[in-house]
Design a protein around this ligand. Structure first.
Ligand code: HH2
Length: 271
């Protein structure tokens, strides 16, 4: 397998068809607006568009299955003719319907849907989360965040590979039940996950830091009350996306596709 460090990383564009996502909530709830933004990200160089119909931000409440399907399915169907589409869901029925509508990847922040990917067949992203979105940022705790998160992911990946999923991606779940210190430790140890994932037979490592709150907290000038706003986190998003790419991540999940594609071009011809 080629060393992923020398291939150009893929950029996954985030497309939230929700009223309440922390960054783009409400912007693309209308299907036509969502499809237009998806195509805009494709034109900017996104290799995958990740369509979600339920926010997983801290404190988010689950939405009914029928509502989530009505949000995502028309968008998945329209975009999948033009680009690889992944479905960001924790509901098996939504994932199955999205695969029927043309998605080829299940982005699973619950790390539980590998059987849907087997049946698809489809690629599967296993992401680490401590707790659930409703409570995960209340008091995250680990004895050793790096080994606990990486061991969890590799265990899930082995299980999925053994069950017959051919394309498994692992994602440390930045911001999902993690303090600033946990997020930074995971980012700094990414090369170990990249090596272990390759050794396990995974397709690679995916990382999503885009516009997350910890970036706004870290970059806020001294004396500022609270984090920078989501629109002021582009620099931190790009810096951490570049850090992840240098560490060997093969996919970065971002809201700001054009600038991240520029950074990815430093890696030479597309794989
Ligand atoms: N982050 C979010 C959602 N899905 N999936 C993966 N694999 N990795 C991530 O880091 C990740 C993810 C949260 O970001 P966003 O979709 O922008 O917000 P919201 O959950 O509020 O819709």
């Amino acid at each position: 397998m080629p060393n992923p460090r020398f291939d150009r990383p893929l950029i996954m564009g985030v497309l939230n068809v929700t009223p309440d996502s922390f960054s783009d909530g409400g912007l693309y709830l209308d299907a036509d607006a969502a499809v237009a933004h998806g195509l805009e990200m494709v034109a900017q160089g996104a290799g995958i568009v990740d369509v979600g119909g339920e926010s997983s931000r801290p404190g988010a409440e689950p939405v009914p299955e029928a509502v989530e399907m009505a949000r995502v399915l028309p968008v998945v169907e329209a975009l999948s003719a033009r680009v690889r589409v992944s479905i960001d869901t924790v509901k098996p029925a939504v994932a199955e319907a999205a695969l029927q509508a043309g998605a080829t990847m299940v982005n699973d922040v619950s790390s539980s849907l590998w059987e849907v990917a087997v049946a698809g067949p489809a690629a599967w992203v296993t992401m680490h989360m401590q707790g659930s979105p409703a409570t995960m940022q209340a008091d995250p705790h680990y004895d050793d965040v790096v080994s606990e998160v990486f061991d969890f992911l590799l265990d899930r990946a082995r299980r999925a590979l053994a069950a017959g999923v051919e394309e498994v991606w692992v994602d440390p779940g930045i911001g999902f039940g993690k303090t600033i210190g946990h997020n930074l430790s995971l980012l700094h140890h990414l090369p170990e996950l990249v090596a272990a994932a390759a050794g396990t037979g995974c397709a690679g490592v995916m990382v999503g830091t885009s516009r997350k709150r910890f970036l706004g907290l870290l970059a806020a000038p001294a004396g500022t009350d609270g984090p920078l706003g989501v629109d002021e986190r582009v620099e931190g998003s790009l810096a951490t996306a570049a850090l992840a790419m240098v560490a060997g991540a093969s996919v970065v999940r971002v809201h700001d596709v054009a600038v991240t594609v520029q950074a990815a071009r430093l890696y030479g011809p597309a794989a």
